[in-house]
Design a protein around this ligand. Structure first.
Ligand SMILES: N[C@@H](CCC(=O)N[C@@H](CS)C(=O)NCC(=O)O)C(=O)O
Length: 198
C-alpha cells in the first residue's frame, strides 16, 4: 500500500491506523499548495481532487476520502473497528460526523479567514467537540478500545491545540492517552515538521 499524505494533515489518521494495524505501507508526501509529490509528480494527475489522504492498494486501486480509507483499514484489522451487530454502522456514523461536521469546521483556520470567520469557526468546533464530549464512551469514543475514529479525532484535537481552541476534559483525556500509543508516537515522529499543513 502507499499513502499520499501531508505532515500533520488529516492523512495522519490513516498513518496512525496503518501502524496500529501493523500494515506495512510506503508514504509519499504531497505539497498541498503546489500539488506536487515529493518525487516531483503532479498530484492532480494522481488524485484529481487534490486532497489527502489517498491510499493506493497493492493491486493499484486508489481509495480517497477519510471515511473510506479509515473504514478500509478497520476492515483489514477489525480490532480498530467497532464490534456488535451495528458495529460498522456506528463506526461509519462516527467517521461521517468527524468528517462532515468537525473536520469541515476547522477549514477557516487553514484558509486565511478573517477574525470574525475564525470566531464563528471556533464556535462551530466547540459545539461539535461538546457533542462528542457528551457521547464518548470513555476513555476512547467507543469505550476501552482505540478505533480508527479515535485516530481521526486525535488529529483534529491536535489541530484544536495548535489553534488554542478549548478541548473538553474527556476528549483531552482521550488525546493524552492516544498520544502515549506507540503507533501515534511513531506516526508523529515520521511526520515531524515545523508546521502543520492542511
Ligand atoms: N473530503 C476529503 C477532504 C480531505 C481534506 O480536506 N484534506 C485536506 C488536508 S486535512 C487537504 O488535502 N487539503 C488540501 C486541498 O483540499 O486542496 C476527505 O474527507 O478525505
Amino acid at each position: 500500500m502507499k499513502l499520499y499524505y501531508s505532515p500533520g494533515a488529516c492523512s495522519l489518521a490513516a498513518r496512525i491506523s496503518l501502524h496500529e494495524a501493523g500494515i506495512a505501507a510506503e508514504f509519499e508526501r504531497v505539497d498541498l499548495k503546489a500539488k506536487i509529490t515529493e518525487t516531483g509528480r503532479d498530484y492532480i494527475a494522481i488524485n484529481p481532487a487534490g486532497s489527502v489522504p489517498m491510499l493506493v492498494l497493492d493491486d493499484g486501486a486508489a481509495i480517497t476520502e477519510n471515511v473510506a480509507v479509515l473504514d478500509l483499514i478497520a476492515s483489514h484489522e477489525p480490532r480498530l473497528g467497532v464490534s456488535g451487530p451495528l458495529g460498522r454502522t456506528r463506526l461509519i456514523e462516527m467517521l461521517s460526523y468527524l468528517s462532515t461536521e468537525l473536520h469541515i469546521a476547522f477549514k477557516p483556520f487553514w484558509h486565511g479567514a478573517s477574525g470574525s470567520e475564525k470566531q464563528d469557526a471556533a464556535d462551530a468546533v466547540a459545539k461539535r467537540l461538546n457533542l462528542l464530549e457528551s457521547r464518548i464512551a470513555e476513555p476512547y469514543l467507543f469505550g476501552s478500545d482505540f478505533t480508527v475514529a479515535d485516530a481521526y479525532l486525535f488529529v483534529m484535537l491536535r489541530w484544536a491545540k495548535a489553534f488554542r481552541l478549548p478541548i473538553p476534559p474527556r476528549l483531552l483525556n482521550l488525546f493524552e492517552l492516544a498520544s502515549e500509543r506507540n503507533a501515534v508516537r511513531q506516526a508523529l515522529t515520521e511526520e515531524a515538521e515545523p508546521a502543520l499543513n492542511a
